[in-house]
Design a protein. Structure first.
Length: 227
């Protein structure tokens, strides 16, 4: 998997306008996707185009043909991320602010095991919710209450920590997470994968890191279900 982040201050004037059949994503996310696709799928042909499949997933096309990459988009708080899967299979990503989730939100959207993990920790609540959102994009609109996240899956690598999301009879998605100051980013795939590699290093998201703030926050891992 490869990923690219862009901030709203980088969006050129007039870019990112929606057209017929394009995903109703934030213009910054569509523009970020175009930037990522041009890096991964260079060529003399026309610019990549984003379309929406019948199941709601985004799909990349060029010159009337789908490009051989999986794609997922997310935007939050003036930032957008595009995740590209270079092998067959679905991918998903989600960006969330690290903020407190109300008791009603937690009770309605998380399993009892997840509620015990979260406690009153804003990072854990935001992280688990983001992981569910990424997994739902892989599984195509899965109910968040039918998903259960496990953390601490695999050895951390390059600033990323592993996770899995069990979806009952629909199987398991495998993913990674990383914190960037007030934001937490998760990615997921329908099979085990190495941590995603940035299409640029350091990522533009690194600019939101607070002074002395590690990109990987301390969490209480839950190993059940990591397989």
């Amino acid at each position: 998997m490869r990923w690219l982040a862009r901030g709203e201050g980088q969006l050129p004037a007039g870019e990112g306008r929606a057209g017929d059949g394009r995903p109703a994503e934030h213009p910054l996310a569509r523009w970020t996707a175009g930037q990522a696709l041009r890096l991964v799928c260079p060529g003399p042909a026309g610019d990549p185009d984003l379309r929406r499949r019948p199941d709601g997933a985004a799909e990349a096309w060029r010159d009337g043909r789908p490009l051989p990459v999986g794609i997922s988009l997310t935007s939050r708080a003036g930032w957008a991320v595009c995740l590209l899967g270079l092998e067959p299979g679905a991918v998903g990503c989600d960006l969330q602010m690290v903020e407190a989730r109300g008791p009603g939100f937690v009770a309605d959207r998380f399993t009892r095991q997840e509620q015990r993990i979260i406690g009153s920790d804003p990072l854990l609540g935001s992280l688990l919710w983001s992981a569910k959102e990424s997994a739902a994009k892989v599984l195509r609109r899965a109910d968040s209450r039918a998903l259960e996240v496990s953390l601490g899956c695999g050895r951390p690598s390059d600033g990323w920590s592993g996770l899995t999301v069990r979806a009952g009879g629909r199987g398991v998605t495998h993913g990674w997470w990383r914190r960037f100051g007030p934001l937490v980013l998760t990615v997921a795939a329908d099979r085990p994968t190495p941590p995603p590699r940035g299409l640029e290093e350091p990522s533009a998201l690194s600019s939101v890191l607070s002074s002395g703030q590690s990109s990987v926050g301390a969490v209480r891992p839950s190993y059940a279900g990591c397989g």
